[in-house]
Design a binder for this molecule. Sequence first.
Ligand code: FMN
Length: 189
Amino acid sequence: MELLAALRNRHSTRLYKNQQVSDDEIRALCDAAAMAPSSMNSQPWHFYVATGDSRNKVGEIMSLTTLHLQEYIEILGAEVVERAARFYEDMGMAPVIVAVATPTFEDPTEQRDAYIAVGAAIENFMLLAVDSGLGVCNISAPRWVVDQLMEAFGVPEGSTIASLIIVGYPDEAPLAQERHHDVVTFVSR
Ligand SMILES: Cc1cc2nc3c(=O)[nH]c(=O)nc-3n(C[C@H](O)[C@H](O)[C@H](O)COP(=O)(O)O)c2cc1C
Protein backbone atom coordinates (compact mmCIF):
# COMPACT_ATOMS: atom_id res chain seq x y z
CA MET A 1 0.00 0.00 0.00
CA GLU A 2 1.24 3.47 -0.81
CA LEU A 3 2.15 5.55 2.20
CA LEU A 4 -0.54 8.17 1.59
CA ALA A 5 -3.15 5.45 1.16
CA ALA A 6 -2.11 3.91 4.50
CA LEU A 7 -2.31 7.34 6.15
CA ARG A 8 -5.78 7.89 4.74
CA ASN A 9 -6.99 4.38 5.59
CA ARG A 10 -5.88 4.41 9.22
CA HIS A 11 -8.94 4.92 11.39
CA SER A 12 -9.35 3.95 15.02
CA THR A 13 -11.02 0.53 15.06
CA ARG A 14 -13.18 -0.22 18.09
CA LEU A 15 -14.77 -3.53 17.05
CA TYR A 16 -12.81 -6.68 16.17
CA LYS A 17 -13.44 -10.14 14.73
CA ASN A 18 -12.93 -13.25 16.82
CA GLN A 19 -9.74 -14.04 14.90
CA GLN A 20 -6.27 -14.37 16.37
CA VAL A 21 -3.26 -12.36 15.24
CA SER A 22 0.00 -14.32 15.13
CA ASP A 23 3.01 -13.47 17.28
CA ASP A 24 5.00 -12.96 14.06
CA GLU A 25 2.54 -10.33 12.86
CA ILE A 26 2.74 -8.49 16.18
CA ARG A 27 6.52 -8.71 16.21
CA ALA A 28 6.62 -7.18 12.73
CA LEU A 29 4.50 -4.25 13.97
CA CYS A 30 6.85 -3.74 16.95
CA ASP A 31 9.88 -3.89 14.64
CA ALA A 32 8.29 -1.18 12.46
CA ALA A 33 7.60 0.88 15.58
CA ALA A 34 11.25 0.59 16.61
CA MET A 35 12.31 2.20 13.30
CA ALA A 36 10.95 5.52 14.59
CA PRO A 37 13.30 8.42 15.27
CA SER A 38 14.16 9.29 18.87
CA SER A 39 16.18 11.95 20.64
CA MET A 40 19.88 10.94 20.49
CA ASN A 41 18.68 7.53 19.29
CA SER A 42 17.51 6.80 22.84
CA GLN A 43 14.73 4.47 21.61
CA PRO A 44 12.63 5.06 24.73
CA TRP A 45 10.04 2.33 24.16
CA HIS A 46 9.25 -1.23 24.99
CA PHE A 47 6.21 -3.18 23.83
CA TYR A 48 4.43 -5.57 26.20
CA VAL A 49 2.04 -7.80 24.28
CA ALA A 50 -0.96 -9.36 26.03
CA THR A 51 -2.85 -12.18 24.29
CA GLY A 52 -5.01 -15.04 25.62
CA ASP A 53 -5.33 -15.07 29.42
CA SER A 54 -3.14 -12.01 29.91
CA ARG A 55 -5.28 -10.08 27.40
CA ASN A 56 -8.38 -11.09 29.38
CA LYS A 57 -6.78 -9.90 32.63
CA VAL A 58 -5.94 -6.55 31.01
CA GLY A 59 -9.51 -6.39 29.66
CA GLU A 60 -10.89 -6.86 33.19
CA ILE A 61 -8.74 -4.01 34.45
CA MET A 62 -9.77 -1.75 31.57
CA SER A 63 -13.46 -2.45 32.25
CA LEU A 64 -12.95 -0.69 35.63
CA THR A 65 -12.44 2.57 33.74
CA THR A 66 -16.17 2.63 32.99
CA LEU A 67 -16.76 3.80 36.59
CA HIS A 68 -14.36 6.73 36.17
CA LEU A 69 -16.01 7.75 32.91
CA GLN A 70 -19.16 8.76 34.82
CA GLU A 71 -17.15 11.74 36.17
CA TYR A 72 -17.15 13.13 32.60
CA ILE A 73 -20.87 12.95 31.99
CA GLU A 74 -21.36 16.72 32.40
CA ILE A 75 -18.60 17.52 29.91
CA LEU A 76 -19.09 14.78 27.32
CA GLY A 77 -22.79 14.06 27.65
CA ALA A 78 -24.55 10.81 28.49
CA GLU A 79 -24.46 9.34 24.97
CA VAL A 80 -20.69 9.65 24.51
CA VAL A 81 -20.01 8.33 28.01
CA GLU A 82 -22.38 5.41 27.42
CA ARG A 83 -20.68 4.53 24.11
CA ALA A 84 -17.21 4.77 25.65
CA ALA A 85 -18.27 2.66 28.63
CA ARG A 86 -19.58 -0.08 26.31
CA PHE A 87 -16.26 -0.04 24.46
CA TYR A 88 -14.09 -0.29 27.60
CA GLU A 89 -16.30 -3.10 28.86
CA ASP A 90 -14.73 -5.51 26.33
CA MET A 91 -12.18 -3.37 24.42
CA GLY A 92 -14.07 -4.07 21.20
CA MET A 93 -13.14 -7.78 21.58
CA ALA A 94 -9.60 -6.99 20.36
CA PRO A 95 -7.54 -10.21 20.68
CA VAL A 96 -4.29 -8.34 21.35
CA ILE A 97 -3.59 -5.46 23.73
CA VAL A 98 -0.14 -3.90 23.62
CA ALA A 99 1.23 -1.62 26.33
CA VAL A 100 3.78 0.87 25.08
CA ALA A 101 6.11 1.61 27.97
CA THR A 102 8.59 4.44 28.22
CA PRO A 103 11.11 5.37 30.93
CA THR A 104 10.10 8.07 33.40
CA PHE A 105 12.47 11.03 33.56
CA GLU A 106 12.84 13.77 36.18
CA ASP A 107 13.82 16.25 33.49
CA PRO A 108 10.65 17.47 31.71
CA THR A 109 12.54 17.97 28.44
CA GLU A 110 13.75 14.37 28.43
CA GLN A 111 10.21 13.22 29.25
CA ARG A 112 8.78 15.31 26.42
CA ASP A 113 11.33 13.88 23.97
CA ALA A 114 10.50 10.35 25.08
CA TYR A 115 6.77 10.89 24.49
CA ILE A 116 7.40 12.43 21.07
CA ALA A 117 9.48 9.38 20.10
CA VAL A 118 6.86 7.00 21.47
CA GLY A 119 4.18 8.79 19.44
CA ALA A 120 6.26 8.33 16.29
CA ALA A 121 6.76 4.65 17.14
CA ILE A 122 3.03 4.15 17.69
CA GLU A 123 2.24 5.72 14.31
CA ASN A 124 4.72 3.35 12.60
CA PHE A 125 3.06 0.44 14.39
CA MET A 126 -0.40 1.56 13.28
CA LEU A 127 0.54 2.22 9.67
CA LEU A 128 2.07 -1.21 9.19
CA ALA A 129 -1.02 -2.68 10.87
CA VAL A 130 -3.25 -0.95 8.30
CA ASP A 131 -0.97 -2.15 5.51
CA SER A 132 -1.33 -5.72 6.87
CA GLY A 133 -5.14 -5.58 6.91
CA LEU A 134 -5.29 -5.20 10.69
CA GLY A 135 -7.23 -2.67 12.75
CA VAL A 136 -5.74 -0.70 15.64
CA CYS A 137 -6.70 1.93 18.19
CA ASN A 138 -4.45 3.97 20.44
CA ILE A 139 -5.91 4.17 23.96
CA SER A 140 -4.81 6.63 26.61
CA ALA A 141 -7.78 5.99 28.94
CA PRO A 142 -5.82 3.61 31.24
CA ARG A 143 -4.63 6.63 33.23
CA TRP A 144 -7.12 5.63 35.98
CA VAL A 145 -5.87 2.05 36.27
CA VAL A 146 -2.26 2.46 35.30
CA ASP A 147 -0.89 0.81 38.46
CA GLN A 148 -2.96 -2.33 37.91
CA LEU A 149 -1.96 -2.38 34.24
CA MET A 150 1.75 -1.97 35.08
CA GLU A 151 1.48 -5.08 37.24
CA ALA A 152 -0.53 -7.09 34.69
CA PHE A 153 1.93 -6.28 31.88
CA GLY A 154 5.00 -6.67 34.12
CA VAL A 155 6.30 -3.15 33.38
CA PRO A 156 9.23 -2.50 35.72
CA GLU A 157 9.62 0.49 38.04
CA GLY A 158 11.29 3.42 36.33
CA SER A 159 9.00 3.03 33.33
CA THR A 160 5.39 3.91 32.75
CA ILE A 161 2.70 2.96 30.24
CA ALA A 162 2.48 5.79 27.71
CA SER A 163 -0.42 4.23 25.87
CA LEU A 164 -2.16 1.01 24.96
CA ILE A 165 -2.70 -0.14 21.38
CA ILE A 166 -5.43 -2.65 20.68
CA VAL A 167 -4.94 -4.83 17.61
CA GLY A 168 -7.04 -7.32 15.64
CA TYR A 169 -8.93 -7.94 12.44
CA PRO A 170 -11.57 -5.19 12.06
CA ASP A 171 -15.25 -6.05 12.34
CA GLU A 172 -16.31 -2.55 11.34
CA ALA A 173 -15.35 0.07 8.79
CA PRO A 174 -14.80 3.16 10.97
CA LEU A 175 -15.79 6.47 9.44
CA ALA A 176 -13.05 9.01 8.75
CA GLN A 177 -13.05 11.63 11.49
CA GLU A 178 -13.12 15.31 10.54
CA ARG A 179 -9.76 17.06 10.33
CA HIS A 180 -8.99 20.73 10.82
CA HIS A 181 -7.67 22.31 7.64
CA ASP A 182 -6.14 25.52 8.99
CA VAL A 183 -3.06 23.80 10.44
CA VAL A 184 -0.30 25.51 8.47
CA THR A 185 1.15 29.00 8.79
CA PHE A 186 4.04 29.90 6.52
CA VAL A 187 6.11 32.45 8.37
CA SER A 188 7.01 35.34 6.04
CA ARG A 189 10.43 34.99 4.40
C1 FMN B 1 -2.80 9.94 22.38
C2 FMN B 1 -4.11 9.32 21.94
C3 FMN B 1 -4.98 8.83 22.90
C4 FMN B 1 -6.18 8.23 22.53
N1 FMN B 1 -6.98 7.68 23.50
C5 FMN B 1 -8.12 7.08 23.14
C6 FMN B 1 -8.91 6.46 24.15
O1 FMN B 1 -8.59 6.47 25.33
N2 FMN B 1 -10.05 5.86 23.75
C7 FMN B 1 -10.44 5.83 22.44
O2 FMN B 1 -11.48 5.24 22.14
N3 FMN B 1 -9.69 6.39 21.45
C8 FMN B 1 -8.53 7.01 21.79
N4 FMN B 1 -7.74 7.56 20.81
C9 FMN B 1 -8.17 7.54 19.39
C10 FMN B 1 -8.73 8.90 18.99
O3 FMN B 1 -10.02 9.07 19.54
C11 FMN B 1 -8.74 9.01 17.46
O4 FMN B 1 -7.43 8.90 16.96
C12 FMN B 1 -9.35 10.32 16.95
O5 FMN B 1 -10.69 10.44 17.33
C13 FMN B 1 -9.25 10.44 15.42
O6 FMN B 1 -9.89 9.34 14.81
P1 FMN B 1 -9.09 8.35 13.83
O7 FMN B 1 -7.97 7.73 14.65
O8 FMN B 1 -10.09 7.33 13.41
O9 FMN B 1 -8.57 9.17 12.72
C14 FMN B 1 -6.54 8.15 21.16
C15 FMN B 1 -5.65 8.65 20.19
C16 FMN B 1 -4.45 9.21 20.58
C17 FMN B 1 -3.48 9.70 19.52
